[in-house]
Design a protein around this ligand. Structure first.
Ligand SMILES: C[S@@+](CC[C@H](N)C(=O)[O-])C[C@H]1O[C@@H](n2cnc3c(N)ncnc32)[C@H](O)[C@@H]1O
Length: 287
């Protein structure tokens, strides 16, 4: 039983709610960070963060306190905040997320940035392979409404989430396709193919902290490289001459990915660091 279950279901106030969230739990090393607690209290009460922050003494009903405690317990048990909250911001777009999709990460915005920097034409054709929540495809379609954007995934459940996000954001012109990597592209060719595929090795210790997200979005064979290598091999048949391939990968995989791109015949192979200075994206041109 977690510490939040031990409280009585009684009315309280905002200060008491934050105090509960900051308590150490048996299953967690520490209580919740203030930001997590604030977002969960927003969800439990329907009030805005500004309103809740205005004064600590504002009362909360017994029902609100109970809902809040249950949310805190879920978070302390390791459930990502984005799944509890049901949404996550990516590229300033609010995306709905469920346990069927990877929670979009801020470092993936580098792929969007690089794609926008490399393609300057008004009518570029782009494919986002393994779109998950639709994060990359939606950001590109939002920034460049005149581009043709195809988004694929091997998971029908993920595509349903991505399609729902496209509808909510008014970006319904994205062409969503179910299928395995480049096979979903049929005979089509693109000016850029972007992908953030699974790249964590099955025995990587980092997976212990990621058990709530779909394994199919995270884990790849061959030391995490299998899906990256599949895409590198097959993408040339779907790139226009001078087309770009942009791949997100693990921070130690840059040399392997760059080596595979050079070996396959791509040109202008460059690794790009993320904001933390770690190799995160490798881009290349199909001559
Ligand atoms: C790391 S997640 C990336 C999700 C999203 N693009 C993002 O950046 O947040 C990888 C995605 O690839 C999809 N995927 C896994 N294997 C695939 C395959 N063989 N073909 C197409 N998509 C695949 C997963 O379902 C998942 O949505």
């Amino acid at each position: 039983m977690g510490v939040v279950d031990k409280q009585f279901s009684v009315a309280g106030n905002v200060a008491e709610a934050f105090a509960i969230a900051s308590l150490r739990d048996e299953a967690a090393l520490q209580g919740l960070p203030r930001l997590d607690a604030e977002l969960l209290l927003v969800r439990a009460t329907g009030r805005s963060r500004t309103h809740l922050g205005a004064f600590d003494e504002q009362p909360l009903s017994a029902a609100q306190m109970q809902v809040f405690r249950a949310l805190v317990q879920r978070r302390l048990s390791g459930e990502p905040l984005a799944y509890i909250d049901g949404r996550k911001e990516f590229w300033s777009l609010e995306l709905l997320v469920t346990p069927d999709v990877l929670v979009p990460r801020p470092e993936t915005e580098l792929l969007v940035e690089r794609c926008l920097a490399l393609l300057t034409g008004p009518h570029s054709r782009i494919a986002d392979l393994g779109t998950g929540s639709g994060a990359i495809a939606l950001a590109l379609a939002h920034e460049r409404p005149s581009w043709t954007v195809v988004a694929t995934d091997a998971s029908a459940k993920a595509l349903a989430v991505a399609g729902h996000n496209a509808q909510r954001l008014g970006l319904e012109h994205i062409d969503f396709r179910l299928g395995d990597w480049c096979q979903a592209l049929a005979d089509d060719r693109f000016d850029a193919i972007v992908s953030n595929p699974p790249y964590i090795a099955p025995d990587d210790a980092a997976l212990v902290a990621l058990t709530q997200e779909p394994a199919g979005a995270l884990v790849a064979q061959s030391g995490g490289l299998a899906d990256l290598l599949d895409i590198i091999e097959a993408a040339p048949a779907h790139l226009n001459s001078g087309g770009h391939l942009l791949l997100e990968h693990g921070c130690t995989q840059g040399p392997d990915v760059a080596g595979a791109l050079v070996a396959r015949g791509y040109a202008r192979v460059v690794c790009r660091p993320d904001l933390a200075g770690l190799d995160r994206v490798t881009e290349a041109v199909w001559p």
